[in-house]
Design a protein around this ligand. Structure first.
Ligand SMILES: [Ca+2]
Ligand SMILES: [Ca+2]
Ligand SMILES: [Ca+2]
Length: 234
């Protein structure tokens, strides 16, 4: 019981060592040289052996270039710009986890592999954009309430709450509301939904905005709608 109590403390405060697997977190776009951890101390491999060294197992793995591993000390830091959105491992993923193996060895017989699981934390460094500034849509006045019309949504490469999460129509007196469904590639399906019957003789066009709601940005998408006469079948 005491052991699990101790482990719980470690899980909260320090990189976790479990079967020589180390878990680290680092934010994308962190400055070069930002220290992520120390393999030697985090894996309890510190020693006075001056021949001890720490190297990436697969030097040809392109992910190793993102990090700098100090061969003699085991210090792990940011080696080059890490852009979460351009990492193929992280595209379409809400969690961006990179796996790397480190070999710890000395001139004698000591040889141990340590697995690194490095979570790249997202930051809000992309603004959502609509593919067009405005769209013209023609709708028959005979359209039934509940009829929906697809429009192109905004794209934001960030994940989760740093991306676009909702839309709304302004002004709210417009006969349309908006439905929103998110796709895994960061795009979205947005549909205008007719909430009220249209009467061309009372009002033959509407101009309103669809606004995308974003954690920091509020952008505007203009939409012009003209009402076509209803088609009657004789
Ligand atoms: Ca980025
Ligand atoms: Ca980002
Ligand atoms: Ca964003």
């Amino acid at each position: 019981m005491a052991f699990f109590k101790f482990l719980g403390t470690v899980l909260i405060c320090l990189p976790v060592v479990w079967g020589q697997i180390l878990h680290y977190n680092v934010s994308e776009e962190s400055a070069l040289g930002t220290v992520i951890g120390n393999i030697a101390s985090d894996a309890n491999l510190t020693s006075n052996d001056l021949t001890m060294e720490y190297i990436f197992l697969s030097q040809s793995n392109p992910l190793t270039s993102l990090f700098h591993l100090e061969e003699k000390t085991g210090s792990l830091s940011v080696g080059m710009r890490i852009d979460r959105e351009s990492l193929s491992q992280c595209k379409f993923e809400t969690e961006c986890l990179l796996n790397l193996d480190v070999i710890c060895r000395n001139s004698g017989s000591f040889y141990q592999k340590v697995e690194l699981k490095i979570k790249i934390l997202d930051i809000n460094d992309n603004s959502p954009t609509f593919p067009k500034d405005s769209v013209r849509l023609s709708v028959s006045e005979g359209s039934l309430v509940g009829t929906s019309f697809p429009i192109e949504g905004a794209v934001d490469k960030d994940a989760g709450h740093y991306s676009v999460n909702s839309y709304r129509v302004v002004p709210e007196t417009s006969p349309f509301s908006v439905q929103f469904q998110k796709n895994v590639d960061g795009s979205s399906q947005v549909r205008l939904v007719l909430d009220k019957t249209l009467d061309r003789e009372i009002q033959n066009s509407y101009q309103f905005q669809v606004r995308k709601i974003h954690i920091e940005y509020l952008s505007i998408y203009y939409l012009l709608t003209s009402i076509k006469p209803a088609t009657f079948i004789s």
